[in-house]
Ligand binder design. Structure first.
Ligand code: UN1
Length: 508
């Protein structure tokens, strides 16, 4: 390029850097070290990870238990200042975070920038929530001579188990909320993206959050299983698949200990309904963005597009036009729209799904892939026609869009089908008819309903995010009820009349 972009030059320098993730407190025994390669080529090594050993998990929980009362009694204001200092450090380390998002998670530059933004927003928003909820007891009404007050406290040790698709934002978001509420946190990042998590934890420690208060435990499913079966845990905040959330729920239920809180944000089978009053250009832009940005690897992403039959042909033609123009390839190229999926397993599952649909004789459009994508985990963006959202068994977590044609008279049934998936995360509607909007809004059981816009990219505080049913337990991340769910409530009740107080003391 003729114009040299300083940010890209700084990111290119960081390509040579090697990173490492390991437990915050290590035992003398050395575990196995595994390499982490870039999803875009599966050869360049980004760094190495060393998973937590069982004794390290035990030590982590012991340390987190011991320091938790002190962290809780610090109060909301001091915890808020520490979380804000962490946000400042994240911003000061923009280059490293962007570089790792691109190389460890295969994100485009735009996705990497949005990821950092969201992580910082979570830290600052939950810091303010710590101030709002934990700055002293709430006086409650009562008869004269009686003082009643309610205060919130941390529940104890929280485990956070986070996904690879938002390796910074959804790693730090739930952890920040748990910390804001006075819990200590042991964090298990996705096995694919421990390096970004290790950097995030390091920056939090540099900001002044004590090591015992926020610890990293890298590892795969077995590490998560060992953590969640420990009876000392007070709660788990999990983001990932519905199946894993159900397994964690069973593990927690089987423990002989405190009844643990589970906060789960899981999958979706997200639809968008487009009727014949919609603006085709706007629909095209929002469909392509909702289905293919982040290579479709968002739980909010559009999976099933319902097109009203009388505009279906022309709308689909426009969408295919935009789809043909998507730039696919190396996420470190500034112009790239769609990068790789996370790993070979993800790619294989998506390819199996497309192959099955083809076998069933469905219309399938796929993007021709550039030659430089052959070695990496790339999946060609794909559009597949199906009859109903109920034809799909599972979430297809990648750049695959399904299309269903419907008649205006069938709108009620369309919503019933969408509800019948059991998921309830995002739903999009493109319509300029007010009555249609009201009809859909009243019937659809989803957490986030988007009208005449794209259906990804919920903004912290403005658009609290999360679903219902098979899509999660709530409360919504980035919303006013989230942090409180990590806390326990205590009511103190005092008889303040001298006589009453003394009399009851004498009586006992
Ligand atoms: C996820 O993909 O795991 O609205 C959830 C959005 C994001 C979704 C995050 N905040 O696209």
């Amino acid at each position: 390029p003729l114009v040299r972009e300083p940010l890209l030059e700084r990111l290119a320098v960081l390509d040579a850097r090697r990173w490492h993730a390991e437990p915050t407190f290590r035992s003398p025994e050395q575990g196995e070290v595994a390499p982490i390669t870039q999803p875009q080529d599966l050869t360049h090594e980004v760094g190495t990870r060393r998973d937590a050993l069982p004794e390290e998990i035990d030590v982590a929980i012991t340390r987190a238990m011991a320091i938790q009362p002190g962290w809780d009694s610090l109060g909301g204001e001091k915890r808020a200042l520490l979380l804000e200092a962490a946000a400042d450090r994240f911003e000061a380390h923009t280059d490293e975070i962007l570089s790792l998002c691109q190389r460890e998670a295969g994100k485009t530059l735009m996705d990497a920038v949005l990821e950092l933004r969201e992580g910082v927003d979570f830290l600052r928003y939950y810091a303010n929530e710590a101030r709002r909820l934990f700055s002293g007891p709430l006086p409650l009404p009562g008869p004269t001579g009686e003082e009643n007050r309610l205060s919130l406290h941390g529940r104890g040790v929280f485990a956070t188990i986070s996904p690879w698709n938002f390796p910074l934002a959804i790693f730090i978001g739930p952890a920040a909320a748990a910390l804001a509420a006075g819990n200590t946190v042991i964090a298990k990042p996705a096995e694919q993206t421990p390096l970004i998590a290790a950097l995030a934890v390091k920056l939090c420690h540099e900001a002044g959050i004590p090591e015992d208060v926020f610890q990293l435990l890298p590892g795969a499913g077995e590490v998560g299983q060992l953590i969640t079966s420990d009876p000392r845990l007070a709660g788990v905040a999990f983001t990932g698949s519905t199946q894993t959330a159900q397994a964690i729920n069973r593990t927690l239920a089987a423990r002989d200990g405190p009844i643990a809180t589970l906060i789960a944000e899981t999958g979706g089978q997200n639809a968008m309904i487009v009727d014949s009053s919609a603006l085709p250009e706007q629909v095209t832009r929002d469909v392509v963005n909702s289905a293919f940005q982040s290579a479709g690897q968002r739980c909010s992403a559009l999976r099933v597009l319902y097109l009203q039959d009388d505009v279906a042909e022309e709308t689909l033609a426009m969408i295919k036009g935009a789809f043909e123009a998507l730039a696919i390839g190396d996420p470190e190229e500034l112009a790239t729209d769609v990068g790789p999926v996370i790993d070979p397993d993800a790619k294989a599952a998506l390819e199996r799904h497309v192959a099955r649909r083809k076998k069933h004789g469905r219309m399938v459009w796929r993007r021709k892939m550039p030659r430089n994508t052959a070695a990496g985990c790339f999946v060609a963006p794909t559009i597949i026609e199906i009859d109903s959202i109920l034809d799909l068994r599972r979430e297809n977590f990648g750049p695959i869009l399904h299309v269903v044609r419907y008649k205006a008279s069938e709108l009620g049934r369309v919503i019933e089908d969408i509800n019948a998936t059991g998921y309830g995360l995002t739903l999009g509607l493109h319509s300029r008819i007010e009555a249609t909007r009201r009809f859909v809004e009243a019937r659809a059981r989803v957490g986030n309903f988007y009208v005449n816009r794209n259906q990804i990219g919920a903004v912290v505080e403005s658009q609290p995010f999360g679903g219902e049913g098979m899509s999660g337990t709530g409360p919504k991340a980035g919303g006013p009820h989230y942090v409180a769910r990590f806390a326990t409530e205590r009511v103190v009740c005092i008889d303040t009349t001298a006589a009453g107080g003394n009399a009851s003391l004498l009586a006992s």
